[in-house]
Design a binder for this molecule. Structure first.
Ligand code: SAM
Length: 253
């Protein structure tokens, strides 16, 4: 349930600095000094010290155990990447692993660009990101919710796609992958009919570019580095990929 889910009132109210300390706009000491100065740290001051030198630009929605995050971190060393996961214990596992990797890679400042938060992305996505903040959104092996009456629980719908469109910048891409063909068709249908999105390249279809040609790095990574992707690989199952670009000026009918 959402009872114990905390979420910021707005993106500016989020304590980003503690999640990406290497990118904090203000060093920790400066912040502590300011807090000691006045006990009733007002909202504006708090916001200032929660801010980052750069914003999160990649979101992995329903990141699970974080395989994709850990693989993307060195591939996009200057981009902040956020995993969002609804299960508490799974979120804590990812956070713990990020902490350990940062310590192990302290000499190279590795893994400072990834973090994971607990969130129900079906409800509060615009509370975390500003309009047009994100360049990429990953929806990797979302829960299929097979039964017809459960379809409303799917993380792709016309309404949710409007939220993805809001937080994505024009030209930004939603990457989807699943081993459930029915869900693949569902995601395609809902993104294709949404005025804010257009399908990117047929080359991402299953069976094409099997050896990597024509696939962008992100597609390759989500196919091979997600926990679910690995499981499907072991079971010799199929993976269905589809990507959608946020268009600049959507034309609403
Ligand atoms: N993306 C990972 C992968 O590919 O290995 C995990 C896939 S797993 C099948 C789906 C994940 O989405 C689960 O970890 C689940 O807890 C999470 N999830 C489901 N609904 C969610 C929601 N509303 N907000 C955030 N995470 C959610």
């Amino acid at each position: 349930s959402d009872h114990s889910l905390t979420y910021p009132r707005s993106p500016a109210d989020m304590d980003w600095a503690s999640r990406y300390p290497a990118y904090a706009k203000h060093p920790k000491q400066e912040m502590e000094d300011a807090q000691n100065e006045s006990h009733d740290a007002d909202l504006e001051k708090q916001r200032k010290f929660n801010a980052l030198a750069k914003n999160v630009e990649i979101a992995d929605i329903g990141c699970g155990f974080g395989g994709l995050l850990f693989a993307l971190a060195p591939k996009f060393p200057d981009t902040l990447i956020l995993g969002m996961e609804i299960r508490t214990s799974v979120t804590e596992y990812v956070q713990e692993k990020v902490r350990a990797l940062r310590v192990q890679n302290a000499s190279t400042n590795g893994y400072q660009n990834i973090s994971c938060i607990r969130a129900n992305t079906m409800k509060f996505l615009p509370n975390f990101f500003q309009k047009a903040q994100l360049a990429k959104i990953f929806l990797c092996f979302p829960d299929p919710h097979f039964k017809q009456r459960k379809h409303k629980a799917r993380i792709v719908s016309f309404t949710l796609n409007s939220e993805y469109a809001y937080v994505l910048r024009p030209g930004g891409v939603v990457y989807t992958i699943t081993d459930v063909q029915d869900l693949h068709e569902w995601m395609k249908e809902h993104f294709e009919k949404h005025p804010s999105f257009e399908r990117v390249e047929k080359v991402f279809e299953e069976g094409v570019g099997e050896h990597g040609e024509g696939m962008d790095e992100c597609v390759r990574t989500m196919r091979s580095e997600t926990e679910e992707g690995k499981k499907v690989e072991r079971n010799k199952g199929l993976k269905f990929v589809a990507c959608f670009r946020r268009v600049e000026d959507p034309v609403w009918p």
